[in-house]
Design a binder for this molecule. Structure first.
Ligand SMILES: [Zn+2]
Length: 326
């Protein structure tokens, strides 16, 4: 396995709480852009990307909160599922949008009543070429919710990662967790990263459902985009990861009180430690809280030279935090 060079927990800098998938009244969201940004600031967020559908909605950054010019765009699938012919991606750090991105117009949609539109690039790779030319960074949106073909993702280049958890999809129909897609990409050698988002359209029951913690060297939009590009992140809809220390292939994780901590690897590999009823110890618990929940643990791979390692932490409510591949 390649030696990790960018464990964010071992680098100087600070962590920013980021909302990376939100919709305003410029598309099908219900908060005006200025109110959206203000709501996230008051909810304790440091960064907001307004990702309206085919709109570049810009609200200036403030002393308290960094805004990133962003959008949610589309691409035609090479291996379409039924009935879905296209996928979506989130792009961060754009300066403009193309009027004609070049995709199949049969897949373009305009919904005046709900105030959104969708256009497509001809493929995910074509979309990523445009994204790179903008100096932007892109993540494929909600693969499980869309039931995207994994082959489109395996054959495409240029996306930094995927939206591993989408909070509003989880609430809407239980299709929020796309980590299966991520594991297949990682097992096939595609070193991709993850984000968790709330995909907020309706703040009353979506704002803050999930978030991404980015590790930056300074509080600037450029540093935020660089952290997305290099995967300097962990992401969550509940627990916090305070530290991941690497010791050869072993990992030591320090976290908010957890029922279970998992070291994920390819296929049938990987180990976990859990407590409570039916708890299982495939590693060493180093510390617990007064209730016996795990706050520090050491896990070692159950096979030599794993293709990848990533960590997840599950709290007593079943909520999860994910590390990027280590
Ligand atoms: Zn969206």
């Amino acid at each position: 396995m390649s030696t990790p060079t960018t464990n964010p927990f071992e680098l100087p800098g600070e962590w920013l709480k980021c909302a990376l998938h939100t919709h305003s009244t410029e598309s099908d969201g219900t908060l005006a852009p200025r109110h959206l940004v203000q709501s996230y600031a008051e909810a304790g967020f440091d960064v907001v990307a307004i990702t309206d559908h085919w709109r570049r909605t810009v609200v200036p950054s403030t002393d308290r909160l960094i805004t990133i010019p962003s959008a949610e765009l589309g691409f035609d699938l090479k291996y379409p599922g039924y009935p879905r012919q296209s996928g979506e991606f989130l792009v961060y750090g754009i300066s403009d949008l193309p009027d004609d991105p070049g995709g199949n117009r049969d897949n373009w949609m305009f919904n005046a009543e709900e105030n959104w539109e969708a256009r497509t690039f001809a493929s995910l790779s074509a979309a990523m070429q445009w994204s790179e030319a903008q100096g932007a960074v892109s993540y494929v949106a909600h693969p499980y919710w869309n039931e995207l073909s994994i082959d489109d993702l395996l054959e495409s280049e240029g996306f930094a990662g995927i939206e591993v958890f989408n909070g509003s999809a989880e609430v809407e129909n239980g299709r929020g967790d796309s980590s299966t897609w991520w594991d297949v990409l990682l097992r096939n050698g595609k070193r991709t990263f993850g984000i968790a988002t709330d995909d907020q359209h309706y703040p009353l029951f979506e704002l803050g459902l999930a978030w991404t913690m980015l590790h930056v060297v300074e509080r600037t939009p450029e540093a935020v985009i660089e952290a997305l590009r290099t995967g300097q992140a962990y992401f969550s809809h509940g627990p916090s990861i305070f530290d991941i220390a690497l010791d050869g292939d072993a990992v030591e994780v320090t976290c908010s009180p957890a029922r279970s901590v998992i070291l994920h690897m390819e296929q049938e590999c990987g180990v976990s430690v859990s407590v409570g009823a039916n708890g299982r110890r495939m590693g060493q618990i180093l510390a617990t809280d007064d209730a016996g929940l795990i706050t520090r643990v050491r896990l070692e791979p159950d096979q030599a030279s794993p293709k990848y390692r990533r960590v997840s932490v599950i709290d007593k409510y079943g909520k999860r935090a994910w590390s990027n591949p280590l």
